[in-house]
Design a binder for this molecule. Structure first.
Ligand code: FE
Length: 343
């Protein structure tokens, strides 16, 4: 009896959503790995403009598995992710469908969308080197390649090499230098680590502040999240202890990744979902979206946040196709294991 109840409780939620989404034509259902506060302002603006109600199921994990499990009966129209990896995975697993949209093609640069129109970037972020203000001179490090220079021995902190943010960075190194040279680079970087890879991006900047290391790898928006952090003001001190280095300004530019969206394969409200994707790519939503998390608008010539203007300015971005880089993540993960990066 108890088991039956549990089963019913488990399936109750998706059924409820499916029922409302099928009956109402003016809705769109979103499965989001992006936190609600980030996307809510744009969704409200979307509803105000179109009359289409946006329902969000937010979760940190398991949404793709849920999509897989629900199959044709899934109420979800749109998958929103905070990284390229889940998008790439969703496409590879056959959970998405192509969107043929002139608006998206116009607003989103080619390198930040799937060549087969299965996924689209909505914001971009740079993977930076955070360098100690006290112990690293300006200009002392200017590229990812230099992270392998023995002069940094025992001076670098990073999260796991297997984390998606590092896998795409390593993937971009393979795209640029090939596998053999990237293995050599990764071996050099591993030898320079101050400690075993651990923690998240912000924890590395904290380690710089505390003198554990002098250089850290981290995504650009974390600087904004730290320097404005009223709830945990100690994070302002972490941010204030570092200079931001945008690597490879002299050659290919800094490695960029995205947050993005994909239309689900069985989207019951397909037209509404495409309308929402297009809405999110427009200048006004792009400015709002990027501001909310200190990211960069994916759409060129869009207003960026004042904080980004103040601390980051313009910089050269690696123009490599993110699809190519995402594909190389598998090879990148093998290299991470091979050189024992996380050991
Ligand atoms: Fe992040």
């Amino acid at each position: 009896m108890q088991n039956t109840f549990k089963k019913l409780a488990f399936i109750a939620l998706p059924i409820t959503i499916a029922a409302t989404s099928v009956s109402a034509a003016d809705e769109v259902n979103i499965y989001s790995y992006r936190q609600q506060f980030l996307i809510q302002p744009m969704l409200e603006a979307f509803t105000a403009e179109t009359g289409i109600k946006a329902n969000v199921v937010f979760a940190k994990k398991g949404l793709i598995e849920r999509l897989e499990h629900e199959g044709k009966n899934s109420p979800a129209d749109l998958l929103l992710t905070s990284d390229i990896s889940p998008l790439y995975y969703a496409v590879a697993t056959g959970l998405t469908q192509a969107v043929d949209s002139d608006v998206l093609e116009q607003n989103i640069p080619e390198q930040f969308r799937d060549p087969k129109d299965q996924w689209f970037g909505l914001t971009t972020r740079a993977r930076l080197i955070y360098a100690s203000k006290d112990r690293v001179a300006q200009g002392e490090i200017t590229s990812y390649e230099e992270l392998a220079d023995p002069k940094w021995k025992g001076r670098i902190c990073t999260r796991s090499g297997k984390h998606s943010y590092n896998l795409t960075l390593i993937g971009s190194m393979i795209a640029q230098h090939g596998e053999a040279d990237t293995e050599q680079w990764l071996t050099g970087l591993k030898a320079n680590l101050a400690r075993k890879p651990q923690g998240n991006d912000r924890a590395q900047v904290k380690a710089v502040k505390e003198g554990v290391c002098d250089l850290a790898l981290g995504n650009s928006y974390y600087f904004g999240k730290m320097i404005t952090n009223e709830k945990q003001p100690e994070q302002k001190e972490w941010a204030n202890s570092v200079n931001l280095v945008f690597p490879n300004q002299q050659d290919r530019g800094t490695h960029m990744s995205i947050s993005g969206a994909a239309l689900t394969k069985y989207a019951p409200n397909k037209d509404n979902a495409i309308k929402l994707m297009e809405f999110l790519s427009k200048a006004q939503s792009q400015a709002m979206y990027a501001e909310a998390n200190f990211e960069f608008p994916v759409r060129p010539n869009t207003k960026r946040s004042a904080l980004i203007e103040q601390y980051m300015g313009e910089f050269k971005q690696d123009s490599v196709s993110l699809q190519k880089v995402a594909k190389l993540r598998v090879d990148a993960a093998k290299l991470v294991d091979k050189v024992g990066f996380d050991n």
